[in-house]
Write a protein that binds this ligand. Structure first.
Ligand SMILES: C[S@@+](CC[C@H](N)C(=O)[O-])C[C@H]1O[C@@H](n2cnc3c(N)ncnc32)[C@H](O)[C@@H]1O
Length: 324
């Protein structure tokens, strides 16, 4: 969690007032959401790259951190490549890990920002920036991560990147939108034909039950930001506390562990809770009854869509959750 004062220390541009900063952040929001043709200009401006740091980076950081924490056991000591690394969001989120980070980032200003941030707040991280993937040395089974950057690659460049880097694992930590999810579904099928297995959030390799529907896999995170950043997001009238997410993991050598994903928020009933759980090819409805030993109202209410649940099937549609 970084504060506004901490960003002041590493920003490439001194905003003369909060008004100037808010107006530049609003400009960035517009470019990202509506006017994506202007994106390359944004990454060439010191003012825009600094505004990115004050808002997108500081709020992305806890999101990326919480998401990757669900998957840290797959990182081991593997080299980690972050595509579209920006100011080094992933190495900052994993600053207590010993992995070497290879950051692909074609904006010199983003690289400058990242070097400043990591030097100040994560000086022990082992990282190197590269302008293109071609400059990255040949690595054995690297983990390739996309963090809010999948959108910036067209399909042809995406597959070229996969063929060139030959990652052992691919992690997507992307915005939780219908569009990103459906693009990921397309990629999922083709990655499976290249012998990757989808091991998070899915529990099997069969076709996703959401294929051909308008719905998407709802994964959420609850985030806490520094109060100075909360103030900023309130002024921008944005909610960066309860954020939808697309977190997907593909592996060449999968452990095959069985898991099931909570599909929507638990619904309170007189008898306990109804839970909709995706089991691979089907979204099933289960009940957790009040009288069960593992019934824990607070913990069940706090469950968010996208969380992995371990449970035992009792009879009919009744389950008992294994809290570990
Ligand atoms: C939305 S930012 C995400 C930054 C960071 N990963 C984060 O989560 O905050 C996307 C980044 O991808 C970079 N980028 C876009 N296309 C690229 C390409 N073809 N090669 C390298 N970097 C690229 C941009 O310069 C930008 O810094």
């Amino acid at each position: 969690m970084l504060s506004k004062d901490e960003i002041d220390k590493v920003s490439l541009y001194n905003f003369s007032s909060e008004g100037e900063l808010l107006s530049e952040i609003n400009h960035l929001i517009e470019v990202f959401n509506l006017d994506r043709d202007q994106i390359t200009d944004v990454y060439k401006s010191r003012k825009s790259v600094s505004a990115y740091l004050y808002y997108f980076y500081v709020t992305n950081l806890p999101r990326v951190k919480q998401a990757i924490e669900r998957l840290t056991d797959v990182l081991d000591d593997s080299p980690v490549i972050e595509f579209g690394a920006g100011p080094g969001t992933l190495p900052m989120a994993l600053k207590d890990h010993k992995n070497a980070f290879y950051l692909i980032e074609n904006s010199s200003l983003m690289q400058e920002s990242g070097r400043a941030v990591l030097k100040e707040y994560a000086p022990k991280v082992n990282f190197q920036y590269f302008k293109t993937s071609i400059d990255v040395p040949i690595l054995k089974d690297p983990v390739l991560c996309f963090t809010n950057s999948f959108n910036e690659l067209d399909s042809h460049d995406f597959w070229e990147l996969i063929d060139q880097l030959k990652p052992g694992k691919i992690i997507f930590i992307e915005p939780g939108t219908k569009e990103v999810f459906h693009r990921l579904l397309e990629v999922r099928g083709k990655l499976q034909s290249k012998e990757y297995k989808v091991t998070y959030p899915c529990s099997s390799q069969v076709a996703c039950p959401l294929e051909g529907t308008e719905d998407w896999c709802h994964q959420y995170l609850k985030l806490v930001h520094d109060p100075s950043i909360e103030r900023l997001t309130q002024k921008l009238k944005r909610n960066r506390r309860m954020v939808p997410l697309c977190l997907h993991l593909f592996e060449k050598e999968a452990s095959g562990a069985h898991q099931a994903i909570l599909f929507s928020r638990p619904e309170v009933r007189k008898y306990g809770f109804d839970l909709r759980i995706c089991e691979g090819n089907e979204i099933k409805k289960y009940r957790v009854l009040k009288k069960l030993e593992t019934y824990d109202k607070k913990r069940i209410s706090a469950l968010l869509p996208g969380e992995v649940l371990s449970f035992q099937l009792l009879k009919n549609d009744q389950i008992e959750i294994n809290w570990s």
